[in-house]
Design a protein around this ligand. Structure first.
Ligand SMILES: [Ca+2]
Length: 122
């Protein structure tokens, strides 16, 4: 079951098809979705940008919890790395609960481009 779906329900990984969100060169850029209520989360699937710079997603962190200060929420796992030859990665977050699901790139001058984030509840 899909508890929350962002950015637009379109998993197209070509940035120029207007289905990806993008932040250019920030420290610790962050994106999050407000699911509207707390859900028990099973997994998070992230669709990367594939037409340019797929390696820019690595490494990334996922935060899940009920604080609107999203970085205060617990991390699902540690640093995640997507296989840059693959358009998406599925990350198990079994046992975590939260209203906010965030994707954060740790470090300075990181560019965060997400073409879709799907959140699946139990
Ligand atoms: Ca999209």
């Amino acid at each position: 079951m899909v508890a929350g779906l962002a950015v637009d329900g379109n998993t197209d990984t070509d940035y120029y098809h207007d289905s990806c969100q993008h932040n250019e060169g920030e420290s610790n850029p962050m994106w999050w979705v407000d699911l509207g209520q707390s859900f028990s989360i099973n997994r998070v699937v992230i669709f990367n940008r594939m037409d340019y710079g797929p390696e820019r997603l690595n490494p990334f962190n996922i935060h899940i919890g009920n604080s609107y200060q999203v970085t205060l929420n617990p991390k699902c796992g540690g640093d995640h790395y997507i296989d840059v030859s693959q358009p998406s990665i599925s990350i198990s977050c079994q046992g975590m609960t939260g209203r906010y699901v965030g994707v954060r790139l740790p470090g300075t001058y990181r560019s965060l481009t997400l073409c879709e984030v799907q959140v699946y509840s139990n």
